[in-house]
Ligand binder design. Structure first.
Ligand SMILES: CC(C)(COP(=O)(O)OP(=O)(O)OC[C@H]1O[C@@H](n2cnc3c(N)ncnc32)[C@H](O)[C@@H]1OP(=O)(O)O)[C@@H](O)C(=O)NCCC(=O)NCCS
Length: 191
């Protein structure tokens, strides 16, 4: 198999995408719904391909400063290769998502694979939407956790850099204070 690639979904992908959905989701979208979603200027729909063949797809929608994960599925015989994780990370790093403050996900309580996926990425459950799927409730994940994880990483790096700066600054000042003037004179002599 060749390296997986990610690209925007187009209407010509729908037959394959809908086939994967039929194999993956209890209530797959109709073609009309798919076309409406692909037409939406708020949507970002991506496919993951291997050797040109679609192995999985994801869709998110940006509304103001919120990202809503609309759909996600990976072809049954291509699961546990890290594809869903790649798809999710890709859409959340995409310019469409930049600046968003919240990420929403709904998942069926009995969908243990998806729940394991989301929690492996740092999402945690924050609520329940009763009857969301008609036949079942939805668990709502913590919309902030993903962005918090990213923000925390950035904060930790900047704190580390500023600490190192301070330590080296102090070491340099101590060096200047403790070094005998004669030795400093010798340093000045160097070209
Ligand atoms: C949920 C789904 C998208 C996961 O796709 P995937 O490509 O197999 O997931 P990944 O390989 O990226 O898995 C990433 C992590 O999720 C967790 N995970 C995924 N599938 C799992 C499973 N069957 N059992 C336990 N953990 C699982 C693991 O932590 C995994 O990391 P690891 O493989 O390093 O242990 C896929 O099972 C699917 O299409 N299911 C049907 C559709 C669906 O439920 N969509 C989500 C609707 S909310």
């Amino acid at each position: 198999m060749t390296e997986p690639l990610l690209r925007r979904m187009c209407p010509a992908d729908l037959p394959v995408v809908m086939e994967i959905d039929r194999q993956s989701l209890p209530r797959p979208w109709s073609e009309a719904t798919w076309r409406e979603e692909l037409d939406s200027p708020l949507g970002l729909y991506m496919v993951l391909t291997e050797g040109g063949a679609i192995s999985g797809h994801i869709g998110v929608k940006r509304v103001a400063d919120e990202i809503h994960v609309m759909t996600l599925a990976v072809r049954p015989n291509r699961r546990r290769q890290g594809f869903a994780r790649v798809l999710l990370k890709d859409v959340l790093a995409h310019p469409t998502s930049v600046g968003a403050r919240r990420v929403y996900l709904e998942v069926r309580p009995n969908n243990l694979e998806a729940r394991a996926l989301y929690s492996s990425l740092g999402f945690v459950q924050t609520g329940v939407r009763p009857g969301y799927y008609g036949d079942e409730d939805a668990l709502l994940t913590d919309p902030q956790s993903w962005l918090d994880v990213v923000a925390r990483d950035v904060r930790e790096v900047s704190v580390a850099v500023s600490l190192l700066g301070r330590i080296f600054g102090r070491l340099f000042v101590s060096f200047l204070l403790l070094t005998p003037p004669t030795l400093l004179g010798a340093f000045e002599g160097f070209e």
